[in-house]
Ligand binder design. Sequence first.
Ligand SMILES: [Zn+2]
Ligand SMILES: [Zn+2]
Length: 144
Amino acid sequence: MSSESRTNTEPTAHEECTSCGTTLGERRLALQSYPEAEAGSISGLSAGGLLYCPDCGSEPVELLDSWNGHDQPPVDADRSIAAGYRESAEQCSFCADDLDSEPVVGIELYRRPGEELPAYANFTLCGDCRSVFEEFLANVSAQQ
Ligand SMILES: [Zn+2]
Ligand SMILES: [Zn+2]
């Protein structure tokens, strides 16, 4: 009898592109957001994040490619993930403004290797850029 706990998660059956509904294969772009409490969740990035097929992901990838990523945020029980992002970043990943007291939102990117972006990256956005990003994501969905 094995007491080994199962650490691998069951693959979600038939994961689909958030935007066009195509069943996803190996190549995909995943975006997850971690807003500070006051900021609320990013519209369009709320329910478990976004998954894009290579076609739908090309525009977000282009945008994210111009952002300045930072190190993986510290994660521990004493603070929220968003607070970890704030600690990792001094400037907005998009506009490079200093992040002061306004709520920030952490963005986590996961991408299968073999493309131009790193497989994994972290960004932190200021309040203004968060709004711009929300609009951008809405447009990506609307095009399909
Ligand atoms: Zn798609
Ligand atoms: Zn900004």
